[in-house]
Design a protein around this ligand. Structure first.
Ligand SMILES: [Zn+2]
Length: 314
């Protein structure tokens, strides 16, 4: 871990002092989920609940169902103790490029299949900090997957607007002031698509920087649109550049090549979420515990079953 990172996270030693066992992790998550409202039934929202002697169960007097802090979250129906889940979040946050399921299975002492499933469930909750952007925003798209991952700009420009073979188009927006990034796969890069996606994420009237891909040519209807002309090598004219979002792509691609090797089309969005979580968290929050709290809060109300994950299309 480098020095810069050390200020914003905790040591492995500190982590295990905070979460020495599953009980500590349950207390932590219960406090985060119900600390302000009091324990509340995830099934019917009733506050008439009591804690059963058999930890960590609660019984709802209204609907007579038992539940735990995991009920109605990505952690439901998992046999992995909650402290291992929290440690998986820690590893996901502190790794530079991501963590493979093989590596996670060794760190946690679980089967690789279990680790793989855990990572996907965590990614499901990684889409934090996705509120609309304003100010100056760099917008760019890239291709992920297959051999054209590191395609030269000139080649990329000549490609048709739709998806290509096994490659996926990922659209990204980076807010200059905060460094915050929103990115996700899109089915094509047509003018209609690019316009509607930027409108969905960026406040009208903002300043938008893109390259000269045709798909962006209508943005000047709603934005102060400036174009970086890569083909004439006029990079970074004044402060007009897309260097920020392009550096995000290079991190994403290093992770893809170095750690994951292959992302299925179906799961691409979750992988991209994981990368933006790592990038955004470190820009916006000072500390690991804030990033973990946000991920845990975002894990409530989400489910991802093994069946959904392994359904055809993978
Ligand atoms: Zn209930």
């Amino acid at each position: 871990m480098d020095q810069k990172n050390a200020d914003t996270t905790i040591s492995v030693f500190d982590f295990f002092e905070m979460f020495p066992d599953e009980s500590a992790a349950i207390d932590y998550f219960e406090d985060l989920r119900w600390g302000e409202t009091g324990v509340c039934c995830p099934g019917c929202d009733s506050n008439k609940v009591k804690r059963l002697k058999r930890r960590p169960y609660h019984l709802c007097s209204s609907c007579r169902k038992t539940f735990t802090v995991r009920t109605g979250t990505i952690f439901e129906r998992s046999h992995v103790p909650l402290n291992k889940w929290l440690y998986a979040i820690y590893l996901l946050d502190t790794s530079r490029k991501g963590i493979s399921s093989v590596q996670l299975s060794k760190e946690l002492g679980v089967q690789q299949r279990t680790a793989w499933f855990m990572l996907h469930r965590l990614r499901e909750a990684c889409d934090i900090l996705a509120e609309r952007m304003d100010g100056t925003i760099e917008v760019d798209e890239t291709f992920v997957g297959g051999s054209k991952t590191n395609m030269h700009y000139e080649k990329k420009k000549k490609l048709p607007p739709g998806p290509l073979g096994g490659k996926e188009i990922v659209l990204g927006m980076r807010e200059r002031e905060s460094g915050r990034v929103i990115a996700y796969p899109v089915p094509d890069r047509s003018t209609k698509r690019m316009s509607s996606e930027v409108l969905r994420n960026v406040e009208r009237g903002s300043t938008v920087y893109t390259d000269d891909h045709n798909g962006y040519h209508k943005l000047n209807k709603w934005y102060k649109h400036r174009t970086v002309n890569h083909s004439n090598w006029q990079f970074a004219e004044g402060d007009v550049s897309t260097n920020g979002i392009e550096s995000v792509w290079s991190v994403l691609k290093r992770g893809y090549k170095g750690i994951y090797h292959h992302w299925s089309k179906k799961n691409m969005e979750r992988y991209v979420n994981e990368f933006t979580f790592r990038l955004n968290g470190k820009k916006v929050y000072n500390h690991f515990m804030d990033r973990m709290d946000d991920l845990l809060s975002n894990a409530i109300g989400k489910r991802l079953t093994y069946k959904e994950l392994t359904a055809k299309g993978d």
